[in-house]
Write a protein that binds this ligand. Structure first.
Ligand SMILES: Cc1cc2nc3c(=O)[nH]c(=O)nc-3n(C[C@H](O)[C@H](O)[C@H](O)COP(=O)(O)O)c2cc1C
Length: 157
């Protein structure tokens, strides 16, 4: 399958996960592209309308993965803004992965996931279960591998 992975990552955690997922999916024979979302100008907690240097082209993919950090008990404003600018995800599968500092019960990950999944659903996508990764201050190989396995396990023809 053709898979596009679009990642917002400020300090590198979500990018590291995205890259590990890319390698694992390629090993399974998928055609995978990964792109770091690049905004024009600075993005802060309260940024709402982000302009992107390049916009993803969903038509090119069967499955689109969106990855971002948990910001302010929710999700990345880049991912939200990106989804608001897409016109359709009909016929596509989407999967969102989120990294957080805090455990799920405190981090607000659930709220962020609901927000992103609602937007994907609204665009007509078949939404796969999101994966929330408690990164903490450091995510060791075992936890990273487990997250990669979970994500890859959800992507089937
Ligand atoms: C502005 C900002 C807000 C954050 N808010 C939260 C939060 O509400 N809950 C949480 O668990 N982590 C929060 N974090 C921590 C990040 O979600 C976490 O470190 C994440 O793994 C960073 O991903 P990145 O390295 O890809 O940017 C926040 C980080 C930043 C910079």
């Amino acid at each position: 399958m053709k898979i596009g992975i679009f990642v917002h990552s400020q300090s590198g955690n979500t990018a590291k996960l995205g890259l590990a997922v890319t390698h694992a999916l390629r090993e399974k024979g998928h055609d995978v592209s990964i792109e770091l979302l690049r905004p024009v100008g600075k993005v802060g907690l309260w940024t709402r309308n982000v302009n992107f240097r390049t916009m993803p082209e969903p038509e090119e993919y069967d499955v689109l993965l969106f990855g971002g950090p948990n910001w302010a008990f929710g999700t990345s404003p880049l991912i939200v803004s990106l989804l608001k600018q897409l016109s359709s995800l009909k016929g596509k599968k989407t999967l969102f992965f989120l990294t957080s500092l805090l455990p799920d019960s405190l981090s607000g990950a659930k709220r962020g996931i609901a927000r992103v999944n609602d937007l994907c659903e609204g665009l007509g996508a078949t939404v796969l279960p999101a994966i929330s990764v408690v990164w903490g201050l450091y995510c060791g190989k075992k936890r990273l591998d487990a997250a990669v396995e979970k994500i890859c396990g959800l992507i089937k023809d």
